[in-house]
Design a protein around this ligand. Sequence first.
Ligand SMILES: [Mg+2]
Length: 225
Amino acid sequence: MRKNNKKTIETKWALICDFDGTISLKDVGDVILTRFKAVTRQEIKDSYDEDVDMAKWMKEVFTRLKATPKEIEKHLLKTILIRKGFKDIIKFCDTNRIPIEVVSGGLDLYSRPLFKKWGLNVKSFFGKAKFTKNGYTINYPYLNGCSLDDFKKARVKFHQSKKRKVIFCGDATTDLKAAMTADKVYATKKLLSLCKTHKVKTSWLRTFFDIKKFIIKSTKETGIR
Ligand SMILES: [Mg+2]
């Protein structure tokens, strides 16, 4: 007899989420760059094209940014909202030993204050922004020469190699490769239409409560106890 009465779901799922536009309702990078006039709206629009190297683009445009981290933080804390259910699903994954991670082409410059505000503690991959008197320098140490799209896909494959099924959540072009590889996809915005074009089966990402329900339901159906 098990002494521990608290039931946990012994799933083989892993959950991987993009950050900008997926966990946050808006793309935080875009909000900063437009609010502090480092880019034009057209440049933001073009950055979503399929042939854009996102890490390279971020490195270039953030060097034009003049605002200090404090100014940026102040603006974000009053304008950026979190998608419903994200804090809850972190707790749910922890309780049920489901690996969860955030894989983002965004920056620690904004993830740090937002995670602090929202009280989130979750494994994550973000680019690093260093602010000096000459402006920002951006680095992506985790990429190791790999493109952001391929890195996201590699994280999906990593969990699959551990015999887990992967749920991937995303919103943009850089998420497509990971979505094509994942076992279950929740998509919003551009990724939703891209998946349709590429015939990748997706569910619409509304809140993270839907994903929790999906995990519980699929666990019951497969009879894993
Ligand atoms: Mg995104």
